[in-house]
Design a protein around this ligand. Structure first.
Ligand SMILES: O=C(O)CCC(=O)C(=O)O
Ligand SMILES: [Fe+2]
Length: 414
């Protein structure tokens, strides 16, 4: 197995020398270290045209025939799977209407849609967010590229005693299917690789989305809609600054940074693999967004602030609207920190997604980043106000000291 190492652990990462954004194109295999420092840590978008990235993937070998999805293979092997499908022509609140169906039904639609030459008057279905690896753990249809292997979020979710939903997906859709304007869950990163087909991406640097809010503050559903140009409905659209259009071809990978809003179109019949993930480079961003979401919840229910258990109630609402609350966030940090400490102190190796091995320097980086967030959590006034969180604050304090000691030991090689 290959080890993912980060060179010079003593180097303090800063993002002060960040001179703005361009979409970086990588044409050949780059070192993990270089991708980590120059792209992921600086939160810059990137298109990776690494030769042969997908050539050995089973999905590339079996799911594709003559550069098109192999409907027959997919049907024969997974036809009975229940998959989530969006209707790209039907808006439901600010998203596409979603339903579930058997994969064989979706494939039947897709084949007919192609045969009829992609008619505009037919429903346009898009299979998205299929937890394929969870449904078919033995299939091993792709290998997580090393650049994306440091993935705390799925590492945590997949190792829970009750493995809940992960963030590892397969997308399949005909030419013309698309994903509305959005930013990803928890301000996570996302990576996406086209097994076949092509996508067009629009990527908006953090903050630009404010220009795509309507006069009620609602985010645009379609960033390309003509009504955005209407000054009354979208009063800030004229202030929109630079955004990026990227075409991602078959076999190419895209890295979408934290907090970047995006919209995506399939330019051909496309199958892609996609993960959302969080690691030491964007954990602070997840923490900030958790805090912002709690602030929004508190504002919403501030008129009953005097009620008994109001803080607790806000946490329940946070869980319902954002997906996690403080307790779960802490349990996530705790799990990753313990794993890294065991590795450093007891040499218990950590195998990452894609069968990459975590290097010692990387584990030290992870621990330092974890400590920063734990220290913010310990000092956080919302956390302190939460009576039932007292034990977690105490544990966070403990963990933070353990990390400090472990990092010092490594530094002085004891
Ligand atoms: O490929 C798509 O349609 C959407 C993918 C996406 O939003 C993502 O990877 O974050
Ligand atoms: Fe996304």
């Amino acid at each position: 197995m290959d080890v993912i190492e980060l060179n010079c652990s003593s180097f303090e990462f800063t993002n002060e020398d960040d001179f703005g954004y361009e979409v970086i194109h990588i044409h050949k295999a780059q070192s993990y270290d270089s991708f980590f420092r120059n792209i992921m840590f600086l939160n810059k978008p990137c298109l990776l045209k690494v030769p042969d990235l997908v050539n050995s993937w089973r999905s590339n070998i079996y799911w594709v025939k003559n550069n098109k999805p192999d409907f027959r293979y997919l049907n024969d092997n997974y036809g009975s799977a229940i998959v989530p499908v969006a209707n790209c022509n039907e808006k439901y609140y600010n998203a596409q209407k979603k339903s579930e169906m058997k994969l064989c039904e979706f494939l039947k639609f897709w084949e007919a849609y192609c045969d009829k030459d992609y008619p505009s008057d037919m429903s346009l279905l898009y299979l998205k967010d299929w937890h394929f690896t969870k449904d078919y753990p033995e299939e091993n249809v792709y290998r997580v590229p090393q650049y994306f292997a440091s993935d705390w979020l799925n590492e945590y979710l997949c190792n829970r005693p009750d493995p809940s939903d992960d963030y590892r997906f397969v997308y399949m859709g005909p030419k013309g299917s698309w994903t509305p304007f959005h930013a990803d869950v928890f301000t996570s990163f996302s990576w996406s690789v086209n097994v076949c087909g092509r996508k067009k991406w629009w990527l908006f640097p953090p903050g630009e989305e404010a220009c795509l809010r309507d006069r009620h503050g609602q985010l645009a559903y379609d960033a390309s809609a003509p009504e955005l140009k209407d000054n009354v409905s979208f009063p800030n659209y004229h202030k929109l600054g630079k955004y990026y259009e990227v075409e991602q071809k078959s076999g190419e990978a895209i890295f979408v940074p934290s907090g970047w809003h995006h919209q995506v179109w399939n330019l051909e019949d496309t199958i892609s693999i996609n993960h959302n993930w969080v690691n030491g480079c964007n954990i602070d961003s997840m923490w900030k967004s958790l805090k912002n979401n709690l602030a929004a919840v508190k504002k919403e229910v501030e008129d009953c602030k005097e009620m008994d258990g109001w803080e607790e109630h806000c946490q329940v609402m946070l869980r319902a609207t954002y997906g996690i609350n403080y307790r779960e966030f802490f349990s996530f940090l705790h799990f990753i920190a313990k794993e890294r400490l065991r590795f450093i102190e007891e040499d218990k190796q950590i195998s990452l997604f894609g069968d990459w091995l975590l290097g010692k320097h990387h584990a030290v980086f992870d621990l330092k980043q974890l400590k920063k967030v734990l220290d913010m959590l310990i000092r956080d006034s919302d956390a302190k106000a939460l009576a039932s969180f007292e034990k977690q604050i105490y544990e966070a304090l403990n963990l933070s000291s353990q990390i400090e000691l472990a990092v010092l030991k490594i530094k002085y090689n004891r």
